[in-house]
Design a protein around this ligand. Structure first.
Ligand code: ADP
Ligand code: MG
Length: 584
């Protein structure tokens, strides 16, 4: 084919594709415009997961009647005029692309009245063409209605996920801006239900409470710091409050929600050695930096930024997080944890020590010598042999140690069994074995009401059938509130609300798992919670029963999440270690 310049239509659809990926992108752009217009109140309505209708109303400065046609024209913006200003951007928008892009892939009506205007104007754009322009009576501010998104781009429609997922993306976008702008009143209404409402009181913790619940919001730690040109603030979770994924780690640069690997790595570095493997904090971290220190024009959706001095930003975040955690962590726990952290860091890069003690140079002789022994012991740990075959042989229980492990003797040496992991495995297989029959469930004496976040509530409401299959009878009780009537029999000892939350966390993890796999994953998660914990004293009978149950499982050697349930020290290994046999 010869080279041709693309027609206006094709070119604008290509451009629109970059900005408007899904309904949530429209919501994001319209909210940004409302915020740039100085709105105090922003109302967002969505129907059909945003594909049928998105309406965003604001009480901002409005668009002058004479400029409304320009507003929907590509590269038309009131926020930027010279290339130099591109490095001084203080507004959320600056590309002049959003309205043009949205208008080219939907039927859009922009109605606006300037603060000083006497009458409003309304402009309709269908598939990029202006079809109507009227004077109308309207309140001050702007209302943008986007109907039938992607009606003229069927290919794009195919890439959309389930309504559930698209609604969740919308929830996430509105939530992010609501947290970033706590002085603005936000209302999000999806499918005729309010899914987020903020008061504009300026209190971020209050907004976190509506999202994560009061309990979590109350525990979050305040972080405020300033390093050079960087001002940091935010709310981060204490080390005792974690979750299984990174979804509650959110960063804002000059109040723009961004995804950035530098920032998330720095945050996790701040928590280094204080969190268990696979656990992540809740964190909403705000960076204020001079606009010329950050390039926001990296990506059409402006979700990514580039820092001029990445290392400075990195260490500012890491240090501030660490400081906040140390300031709030009770001292005894902190000291021991932190020494181990230091020890860890001597193997790699050691930063400056926030608590000012270098364990190896410690003036405390007892501590420092003991510390060295620890290192030696760790280096000399014998290689543990793996178990032959999937089954375990019959074991003779010896007892429990450290209220965490069972010791047993088998035909070939010693077995150390992690009581928690072992119990998880046992519960998991009992659960699966029961799954084909109606699962025995236990009716609660009093149904328990559980309040969830709007996003999680939406996830749950579509999955009540799956829950019933595993023995949870749960019904919708009110806005974001559910009544738990029965729990799976195996969980009868557990707090029903906690059990339900665990399940919802699993839905959050995985949007569209295969049905069968989904059940298994939920069950694995539930078993993890229900299993006996390290630190729990088990009676002789309980220890014996656990061992016997474990022997009967199909895969006794790992917990449902794949971690080992046991360590085997063979007679051979013991003999070598005691010098009865030649060195290996
Ligand atoms: P950008 O935000 O990058 O300038 P947009 O296409 O999003 O580009 O908007 C184009 C212009 O329309 C904006 O520069 C602004 O002047 C005007 N505008 C858009 N939405 C609003 C709104 N809600 N209130 C006031 N003005 C608006
Ligand atoms: Mg904009």
């Amino acid at each position: 084919m010869p080279i041709k310049i693309l027609s206006e239509d094709v070119a604008s659809q290509i451009a629109a594709g970059e900005v408007v990926e899904r309904p949530a992108s429209v919501v994001k752009e319209l909210i940004e415009n409302a915020l740039d217009a100085g709105a105090n109140e922003i109302l967002v309505f969505c129907e059909g997961a945003g594909q049928k209708l998105i309406r965003v109303e604001d009480d901002g400065s409005g668009i002058p009647a004479s400029e409304i046609t320009l507003a929907v024209t590509r590269h038309a913006t009131s926020k930027l005029s010279t290339a130099k200003e591109l490095f001084q951007v203080e507004t959320l928008g600056f590309r002049g692309e959003a309205l043009a892009s949205i208008g080219s892939v939907s039927q859009m009506t922009v109605t606006s009245r300037e603060t000083k205007g006497v009458i409003g104007v309304s402009l309709r754009v269908e598939g990029g063409k202006t079809t109507r322009l009227d004077e109308v009576g309207s309140p001050h501010g702007t209302v943008i209605v986007v109907e039938n998104l992607f009606y003229n781009v069927p290919a794009r429609k195919k890439f959309l996920k389930t309504d559930l997922t698209e609604r969740r993306h919308i929830d996430e976008v509105v939530t992010q801006y609501a947290i970033a702008y706590p002085n603005v009143r936000f209302t999000l209404n999806q499918e005729e239900k309010i899914s987020l409402k903020t008061t504009g009181s300026g209190d971020r913790r209050e907004i976190l409470a509506t999202i994560y619940g009061v309990d979590i919001a109350r525990q979050m730690l305040e972080m405020i710091a300033s390093e050079g040109d960087v001002d940091l603030s935010g709310l981060i979770s204490p080390v005792s409050l974690t979750r299984s994924n990174r979804k509650a780690m959110q960063f804002y640069v000059n109040r723009r929600p961004v995804q950035d690997i530098t920032l998330s790595t720095a945050l996790l570095q701040g928590y280094r050695t204080l969190l268990m493997v696979g656990r992540y904090p809740y964190a909403h971290v705000f960076l204020e930096i001079p606009p010329d220190q950050v390039d926001v024009n990296v990506h059409p959706t402006k979700a990514e930024v580039r820092f001029r001095e990445r290392d400075v930003i990195f260490s500012a975040v890491q240090r501030s997080v660490r400081k906040a955690l140390l300031a709030y962590t009770p001292i005894p726990e902190l000291r021991s944890q932190y020494r181990w952290g230091q020890f860890d860091e001597t193997n790699g890069t050691r930063g400056s020590s926030p608590i000012g003690t270098d364990p190896q140079k410690s003036t405390d002789p007892v501590f420092s010598s003991q510390f060295r022994t620890d290192i030696n012991e760790i280096e000399d740990v014998p290689q543990v042999q793996s178990l032959p075959g999937p089954r375990v042989p019959l074991l003779r229980l010896i007892g429990q140690i450290a209220t965490a492990y069972l010791i047993a003797e088998g035909p070939d040496g010693l077995y150390l069994i992690d009581q928690h992991a072992a119990h998880e495995r046992v519960l998991f297989e009992k659960f699966l074995a029961n799954l084909s029959d109606p699962v025995p469930s236990q009716r609660l004496l009093e149904p328990v009401a559980v309040e969830l976040t709007p996003a999680n509530s939406r996830l749950l409401s579509d999955q009540l059938d799956v829950l019933r299959q595993i023995g949870f009878e749960v019904e919708i009780f009110g806005r974001n509130t559910y009544l738990v009537r029965t729990v799976p029999g195996l969980l009868s000892g557990m707090d029903p609300a906690a059990a339900l939350r665990v399940v919802v966390e699993e839905f959050e993890e995985d949007e569209t798992p295969l049905q069968g796999k989904k059940e298994q994953k939920i069950i694995a998660r539930v078993c993890k919670r229900a299993a006996v914990k390290a630190g729990q004293v088990l009676s002789d009978q309980e220890q014996k029963a656990l061992l016997r149950d474990l022997e009967l499982t199909d895969s006794p050697r790992t917990c449902p999440h794949g971690r080992p349930t046991m360590i085997h020290l063979s007679v051979d290994l013991l003999e070598r270690q005691f010098g009865r046999k030649g060195a290996r």
